[in-house]
Design a protein around this ligand. Sequence first.
Ligand SMILES: NC(=O)C1=CN([C@@H]2O[C@H](COP(=O)(O)OP(=O)(O)OC[C@H]3O[C@@H](n4cnc5c(N)ncnc54)[C@H](O)[C@@H]3O)[C@@H](O)[C@H]2O)[C@@H](O)CC1
Ligand SMILES: Nc1ncnc2c1ncn2[C@@H]1O[C@H](COP(=O)(O)OP(=O)(O)O)[C@@H](O)[C@H]1O
Ligand SMILES: [K+]
Length: 478
Amino acid sequence: MENAGRHMAEKISERVSLDQHITIVIGGGNNGGDGFVIARCLKEKGYQHHACQLVPDQKIKGDALYHKQVYEQFGGMIERVETLDQLKEKCASSDVVVDAVLGIGITGTIREPLRRMIEVINEAEAVVFSVDIPSGLPANENEVVDMSVNADYTFVVEAPKQSAFVEGLAPYYGEWEVVSIGIPLAAFSDQKQMRWQHMDVQRTFPKRTSFSHKGSHGKGAVVGGQLSMPGSVALTARAALRSGAGLLTVATVKDNIPVVANQCVEAMYHVWRDDQGILIDDSVSSLNHYDAIAIGMGMGRADESQKLTLRIVNEINRPVIVDADGLYHIKSDLEVVRARLAPLVITPHLGEMAMLTETTIAEIKQAPFSITKQFAQKYQVYVVLKGKFTIITTPRGEQVVTDTGNPGLAKGGSGDVLSGVILAFMMQHNERLPAIANACYLHGLTADMSITSGRHTETDLLASDVIDELSVAFRTIV
Ligand SMILES: NC(=O)C1=CN([C@@H]2O[C@H](COP(=O)(O)OP(=O)(O)OC[C@H]3O[C@@H](n4cnc5c(N)ncnc54)[C@H](O)[C@@H]3O)[C@@H](O)[C@H]2O)[C@@H](O)CC1
Ligand SMILES: Nc1ncnc2c1ncn2[C@@H]1O[C@H](COP(=O)(O)OP(=O)(O)O)[C@@H](O)[C@H]1O
Ligand SMILES: [K+]
């Protein structure tokens, strides 16, 4: 508690000047305990502040009571705030409110008077910093917001909670950052999530050796692109090449090859047999010569292509990435997926995940972690649930989140590019989770850097721009 509070006070002092007035609102549990430590540390730094206790004295116990007493011994004055008017007055005279009312220990609906006190905090004009979690917000997915502080900033203790990555709950955090107090992540319950960060990419990204040759970096294949959709395989192939694939073959229908080759001169081509522009079940075993295969992009949903997809999943003992229309095909026989022994990565967006799990998009948005975990474990696949927050789940149920990317990516083609990066990394990394997480992180980072650099806006950024800009993101890690 001392570490948590001290670090948070440090963070607050980086953002608040000494002439600004701070009110710390304190509740009855350990979250309130953090509040007493923060009050003491801010006093030590010379801030004008009020420490307002919103609950009766008998509610303050244990570590929180200890830190209350330390604050008082240090000359701190605690004001007992009982009425809404008292709280309104405090908030109105403050530039900053530090919200240490409720943390992750809440149960049931928020009781009075805290319920209305939270409303008062939300109505205040002061900037609100929440301690660990906005008071009242559930820590976990699959819960609804009863009453919550709407924070401007949140200092999350040690690791983010699931709610920081759930569409309906995340906005309450405002901007957030993790305050480390030196507890290993493993000590936390699964309410907390591992966010894949830049340092994780740097730690796991493979280095090329000077004696490496094209064979060392993987021989990949992209299978897809019916006659009416040549673009998607071109995007996947170009993204894979830009992401370091040693050799890359595009397997698509004959009439698409000049179009794709025009955009992707470094690739090789496999003329896939077609029936009126639709890929049909043929020469599947030739795919066993590749180190990894991506399938489904621009493939269309014809029965013949479905047969082909299921055969690849069934017969090819190399890592396979299934995206886009391929996901519709595997849904027709998920037992083939379950029976497969070699690694399979699926990359659904919310709609595709809803289709695969026979749920709705709304249900997935509410419980993205548990729904993907269930699916990944049941069918023994890697699931990349794409979106603003991308959740990557292994067949064993481990989960990491990447939160790079912006609405500039919310366009057709972005997913094809991501599949290409995943394909290339699967062939170059020794371990699969870092390969996939690095791909998702860098794909999003590329889009972010394209915007922040001013080269593109969220409006004009194209999937092909992301391919061209991958090098900017890669340069930050090599
Ligand atoms: N290892 C950790 O996870 C650490 C946690 N710390 C802090 O401890 C917090 C968790 O502390 P606690 O478990 O004591 O829980 P909280 O401080 O979140 O809440 C417990 C208090 O809230 C009241 N309460 C619960 N449900 C309520 C409801 N529905 N309506 C009104 N009041 C309600 C309880 O009566 C109790 O007084 C974290 O959020 C964090 O701020 C830090 O001190 C550092 C270490
Ligand atoms: N608002 C957003 N913020 C961050 N990333 C986003 C956003 N919208 C889309 N993306 C990313 O863009 C990609 C879109 O994939 P997908 O929906 O499959 O596109 P496509 O239709 O091109 O295949 C995913 O990697 C997703 O995470
Ligand atoms: K709080």
